[in-house]
Design a protein around this ligand. Sequence first.
Ligand code: HBI
Ligand code: FE
Length: 271
Amino acid sequence: MSADWTIDQNWADYSAAEHQVWITLYERQAALLPGRACEPFLKGLETLDLHRSGIPDFARINAELGRLTGWSVVAVPGLVPDAVFFDHLANRRFPAGRFIRKPGELDYLQEPDIFHDVFGHVPMLTDPVFADYMQAYGRGGLRALQLGRLQNLARLYWYTVEFGLLDTPQGLRLMGAGIVSSRAESVFALDDPSPNRLGFDLERVMRTPYRIDDFQQVYFVVPSLQVLLDATLQEFTPIYGRLAKAKDIPIAAIETADRVFTRGTQAYAAQ
Ligand code: HBI
Ligand code: FE
């Protein structure tokens, strides 16, 4: 492993069983996501031809992805230190876990595997605005680390890149990698009456804790990818100043300033 934690993908070393896990997961989501996932995601999935029969070879993806937005996917063993992660994003390199989950854990896994990272995250990187957003996020992460504001920035990532919804003329659509790579949450995030669905606001999101072990209790709706990019390109110093004095907002709370798409029942979280 090199200093930036990258490893070779060694695509030829994947077993038929590992390719089969990808195919099973891919077929499930490919059947479910049209009409649910946002257009940039579905377009990216097609453009990158990820419906090949098995785990994609990063060398093949990177030829196309590099041409489109200058991004490339690099293989890593798993979660890498924050500073390493942000440095990769700041240089348009997306670190993707090389491993794939076991057949017995198709529906949930602790750590992001290649299906979460490549199927979930990479298609959106074909969109020029989102590609700029992810690089801006990486640069912001390196700065947040220096200022001790990592927790706030991690929430921005969580509620947009991982679990964001996109508002469209046809209604709400899935954007977050954590949702589109999960069969159950792809349904829950749009259809279930339990979670709150609130309009995206940068500081509001940065004050909202999240849960890593179950479906989200709140989803934030981004009006457009451009709004997301513009929010991240602004000067964060005054924002961090206000956040230092602001309290966290309880995860299921709805504030008077919130734009409410769904006032959730929280029934799922209660059981
Ligand atoms: N490492 N490989 C990998 N993938 C991630 O998504 C990741 C990471 N390290 C840190 C991290 N995410 C988060 O803590 C940051 O988004 C804050
Ligand atoms: Fe992720």
